[in-house]
Write a protein that binds this ligand. Structure first.
Ligand code: PLP
Length: 384
């Protein structure tokens, strides 16, 4: 079992940081590597041709291992989740099947590209909203998604867990139904990959898109994506030299090359070699590989599950333990809670957490300790 890993971070003891879903703290070793790499930019003569390629290959391989993907050429570097979604959305045929299925209040970076497809390609957006039944919310929401997948569904584009309240979507069942109806499945893994196990071979998504600055503990501005064979012949949203075949041969670059590098490589962002961010993200992913997402999830479960009955005793509602992820979950406040007083408590006790309407989003990670949960409970008791 994993112990608390606070030593890898720089979070002062008086701070309770329960907001990794907003931004993950980078491990100290990742930041140290970034600082070294930044210094190197003073001396461009230190960069060899290999520096444009080798670190990217290592990063792709380490991320592929983290998600159990056997082909690292299916991994690409993206600047933001929106970019990864756009590359998928622009390469789906909507001539026969018209429906794009998303869920209610989905994160905008996984909505706007689809809205454009609706506008330009005559597709339809089917938004499956959350069930209003608080006890069976997760179960009923998943059922509604499954019921909505049919012969007209071209693609389902959802997250593994909902970014606002942590609702866990049943990807295995959704994959089964999409396969039955020949629909694609695109997963936004930004709020899950790194802290909740994701296995490409088990789920077989057509694409998996992850910004890295949350659960992958990476820098803001570099993310990672996986694209399956359905996208092998697509057209990327931009065309940079490095994604073309034989781009290592700098002396040959103006003999323009029509062919791309293999598999999904065409979708990597221009200037993907980003000499500072690539090694930083790689250091974080290597660390996550050592900790392992299943052990991170177990750590979060051990940390929070003991306190769940206490939240319930205060009149809060939560998903049942069997239907929640422990690295990110919503606590719905009882009627009559004074949100302004709660905010004040959080400020006074230096508890960093997201408040959404009358719910709070708790997002712990391996640096959190029991005292953080106790402080959170104290704030809520004070505000009630
Ligand atoms: C589910 C989800 N996807 C993506 C993002 C980030 O999107 P982008 O990288 O396009 O800024 C967030 C940020 O909160 C998110 O919660």
């Amino acid at each position: 079992m994993l112990n608390c890993q606070k030593d890898h971070f720089n979070i002062p003891d008086e701070i309770t940081y329960l907001n990794c879903a907003y931004m993950g703290p980078m491990p100290q070793q990742s930041v140290a590597i970034g600082q070294e790499e930044l210094q190197k930019r003073l001396q461009p003569f230190q960069y060899s041709r290999d520096d444009f390629f080798a670190p990217v290959e290592i990063l792709k391989k380490n991320f592929a291992d983290l998600i159990n993907c056997s082909e690292s050429d299916r991994i690409v570097l993206i600047p933001a989740a929106s970019y990864g979604i756009a590359n998928a959305a622009n390469n789906i045929d909507f001539s026969k099947k018209k429906t794009i299925l998303v869920v209610g209040e989905q994160f905008p970076s996984n909505i706007y590209s689809w809205q454009k497809i609706v506008e330009h390609k005559g597709a339809k957006l089917n938004v499956i909203s959350a069930s209003q039944n608080p006890e069976r919310r997760t179960e009923l929401w998943n059922e509604a998604i499954l019921d909505a997948i049919n012969e007209d569904t071209a693609v389902v584009s959802i997250a593994h867990i909902h970014w606002a309240d942590g609702t866990l979507f049943d990807l295995k069942a959704i994959r089964k139904k999409t396969t039955e109806f020949g629909a694609l499945l695109i997963i936004d893994g930004t709020q899950s990959v790194g802290a909740l196990p994701f296995d490409v071979q088990e789920i077989q998504p057509d694409a998996l898109i992850c910004a890295s600055y949350k659960w992958l503990l990476g820098p803001y501005g570099l993310g990672l994506a996986y694209y399956g064979p359905a996208f092998d012949k697509g057209t990327p949203i931009e065309d940079n030299w490095i994604n073309r075949k034989d781009s290592e041969r700098f002396e040959n670059l103006v003999n323009y090359q029509p062919d791309y590098k293999p598999m999904a490589s065409r979708y990597s962002v221009g200037e993907q070699s980003n000499f500072i961010y690539v090694p930083m993200l790689n250091a974080s992913i290597q660390q996550l590989g050592e900790w392992q997402p299943n052990r991170i999830q177990e750590y979060c479960k051990n940390l929070v599950s003991k306190y769940l009955p206490e939240f319930k005793d205060l009149g809060c509602s939560l998903s049942s333990e069997s239907a929640m992820a422990f690295h990110m979950f919503g606590i719905r406040m009882p009627e009559g809670i004074d949100i302004a007083a709660l905010k004040k408590q959080f400020d006074q006790k230096k508890v960093f957490i997201s408040i959404r309407g009358n719910a709070i989003r708790v997002a712990p990670n391996v640096y959190n300790e029991e005292k953080d949960m106790i402080r959170l409970l104290e704030c809520m008791k004070e505000a009630l």
